[in-house]
Ligand binder design. Structure first.
Ligand code: HEM
Length: 137
């Protein structure tokens, strides 16, 4: 029996800004090609992908490595996108898959957990906002 760790198949954890950038790049590459949620991003971000990536590097750097780099409230920008729980499920499915394919460790687990809790929180706020808008119509 060999109880030595198999370093060849072990993945690294997310540890640096470079890792965060790689993760964000891989994620949005998959998102762009997703037939369900891809068009929402592509329609809105056409010609502005680079700026979006830079923002999301800072966002995830703040969340994962706790380097305060992103300021602001990212939720309201999602209000007019007409997105629901099915979109968020797909978003989360892709996020978890990309994290798992590329990293493993404590921060990778944090990435998946925070992805899940934030997707739920965003959705809740979006639904609440839609309800309020309906009531004021
Ligand atoms: C299906 C679900 C989602 C869709 C379709 C979506 C779509 C988008 C789009 C199109 C933008 C760019 C808006 C613009 O600049 O005009 C954006 C921005 C952003 N999204 Fe999402 N998003 C989703 C879920 C999430 C989740 C779960 C998170 C967090 C974990 C997130 C974090 C952000 C952040 C941080 C920004 C930048 C906000 C800013 O301008 O400061 N998104 N999203």
């Amino acid at each position: 029996m060999n109880f030595e760790p198999n370093y060849q198949t072990m993945k690294n954890d997310i540890g640096t800004l470079k890792d965060v950038e790689f993760l964000v790049d891989q994620f949005y590459l998959a998102v762009q090609h997703d037939p369900f949620i891809g068009p929402i991003f592509n329609d809105r971000l056409s010609g502005r992908w680079e700026v979006h990536h830079k923002k999301l590097y800072r966002f995830w750097h703040t969340v994962l490595l706790r380097r305060p780099d992103y300021y602001g409230d990212p939720v309201p920008i999602h209000f007019q996108m007409n997105i629901n729980d099915l979109h968020f499920n797909q978003w989360l499915m892709i996020w978890v898959k990309i994290v798992d394919e590329n990293f493993e460790g404590t921060i990778a687990e944090r990435a998946k957990l925070r992805g899940k809790t934030m997707a739920n929180a965003f959705l809740e706020k979006i639904l609440k906002n839609a309800k309020q808008e309906n009531q004021t119509k």
